[in-house]
Design a protein around this ligand. Structure first.
Ligand code: SAM
Length: 348
C-alpha cells in the first residue's frame, strides 16, 4: 500500500516514554471510533434525509484489534460514536472488551459513548455493567416541538428525556448533554437549556456549528458564538467560570453562582479554535484514520489489516499517520474546503 511505505517510520519504533506525539508536539491521547455511520435521526443540520449509511462497518473483533494497537501506542481514552452507536447490538460487548484492555501505563482505558440517547432507556444499565465510564447525549432543544423539527422523528423528545433519566439512574455520571446551536433554528433555547441543566443536574455543553453537514447549509452567520451564549445565560442565571478538569479541555466550563446543580460548557471550535490543544485522532466506521475532522486525507488502517499486516506493521503505520496531523483547521478562511465526509460519516 503506497501510503504505508511512504508514511511508516521504521517498523517497531516506539514513542518515547509511552507518549504518542504528533509533529506539532501535541500529545495524542483520545481515540474516537465511529462504529457505524447508520443513524436513526435525520437532524436537519447534519443530514439531508436522502442518504442512509454510506460506508461499511467493521466487525467488533476488527475494531477491537485496531483499538488495542492504538492503546499500545499511548491512547488513554476511547470514545465510541457514529452514526448512532446504540444501533449496534454488540455495543455493550465492545465496551466491556475495551475496558478489559490496558493503556501503556497499565490502566483500564476510559470508554465514553456519544449518542442521541433514543435507545438509552434500555441500554443504560447494560452499558454501565459493561464498564462504560461516561455518556454524552446530544439534544438540540428542550422544547419538544423544536426538538422534533430538528430530528425529524416523532416521539424523539420523550425518548431522549427517558434516556437521560435512565443514564442518571444507572449512575453514568456526569451525564453530559451536547447542544449544537444554529441561528434561526434553536438559538432561542439557550436560557431554557440553562434551566434544564440546573433542574436536572446535568452538564449542558453548547457546541458551535461547524461546516460538516451533508447539505450545504453552513454560513458564519448561523454560528452562535461563545460570548453571546455566556452573556445570555449570565443575565438569567449568573455564571462563574470553573477550572478545566483536564489539560487541553475543549470546553469552557461555568457553574451557577447560586450553587445550583448542573453546569454549562461551551465548545467553540469556530470562534475560539482549540486546535493547539487537540489530543484526538479518529477512526471511521470503515477503519480509516482521520487526523482532523477537516482532513482531506484518510489513511486506510483496516485495509492494511485486511491485506495481512501484522500488529507491528499497523503500529508503524499509525505512528507515521500521526505525524501528518494538521496544525489546525481553516474554517472561515478563504481557502477553506469542506472535507469529503460529513460529520455523521466521520464520527462526531
Ligand atoms: N448519533 C450520535 C449523537 O447524536 O450524538 C453520535 C454522532 S453525532 C454526529 C455527534 C455529535 O456531533 C452530535 O452531538 C451532533 O450534534 C454533533 N454534530 C453533528 N453535525 C455537527 C456540525 N455540523 N457541527 C457541530 N456539531 C455537529
Amino acid at each position: 500500500m503506497a501510503a504505508h511505505s511512504h508514511l511508516a517510520p521504521e517498523v517497531g519504533s516506539d514513542p518515547p516514554e509511552g507518549e504518542l506525539r504528533d509533529s506539532h508536539g501535541r500529545r495524542i491521547t483520545d481515540l474516537r471510533v465511529s462504529i457505524t455511520d447508520r443513524c436513526n435521526y435525520k437532524c436537519v443540520y447534519c443530514r439531508t434525509g436522502q442518504h442512509g449509511a454510506q460506508y461499511p462497518e467493521l466487525s467488533a473483533e476488527d475494531y477491537l484489534r485496531l483499538i488495542r494497537i492504538f492503546l499500545s501506542l499511548g491512547i488513554e481514552k476511547v470514545r465510541l460514536t457514529g452514526g448512532e452507536p446504540l444501533l449496534r447490538r454488540d455495543l455493550p460487548d465492545i465496551v466491556a472488551a475495551i475496558r478489559a484492555m490496558h493503556t501503556r501505563s497499565d490502566q483500564s482505558p476510559e470508554v465514553a459513548v456519544t449518542t442521541n440517547g433514543h435507545l438509552m432507556e434500555d441500554l443504560a444499565e447494560p452499558l454501565k455493567r459493561a464498564g462504560l465510564s461516561r455518556v454524552t447525549i446530544s439534544m438540540d432543544a428542550v422544547d419538544p416541538a423544536i426538538f422534533e423539527r430538528i430530528t425529524r422523528i416523532a416521539g424523539s423528545f420523550a425518548a431522549v428525556v427517558r434516556g437521560i433519566e435512565a443514564a442518571q439512574r444507572a449512575a453514568l455520571d456526569p451525564v453530559k448533554i451536547n447542544c449544537v446551536l444554529l441561528r434561526g433554528f434553536n438559538d432561542d433555547q439557550v436560557e431554557s437549556f440553562a434551566t434544564f441543566a440546573r433542574e436536572r443536574n446535568v452538564v449542558v455543553r453548547f457546541i458551535e456549528f461547524m461546516p460538516l453537514e451533508e447539505d450545504r447549509l453552513w454560513t458564519p452567520q448561523m454560528v452562535v458564538p461563545l460570548t453571546e451564549i455566556v452573556e445570555r445565560i449570565h443575565r438569567v442565571h449568573p455564571l462563574v467560570p470553573l477550572p478545566a478538569t483536564v489539560a487541553g479541555e475543549t470546553a469552557r466550563r461555568y457553574g451557577f453562582t447560586d450553587g445550583a446543580g448542573g453546569e454549562i460548557g461551551i465548545i467553540a471550535p469556530v470562534t475560539q479554535a482549540f486546535c493547539g490543544a487537540c489530543s484526538r485522532v479518529r477512526l471511521t466506521s470503515d477503519g480509516k484514520i482521520r487526523t482532523c475532522l477537516f482532513s482531506h486525507r484518510e489513511h486506510d488502517l483496516a485495509g492494511l489489516a485486511r491485506a495481512g499486516a501484522n500488529d507491528e506493521e499497523l503500529r508503524a503505520f499509525i505512528l507515521g499517520v500521526i505525524q501528518t496531523k494538521e496544525a489546525r483547521h481553516h474554517i472561515g478562511e478563504p481557502e477553506f474546503l469542506k472535507p469529503s465526509r460529513s460529520m455523521v460519516h466521520i464520527g462526531g
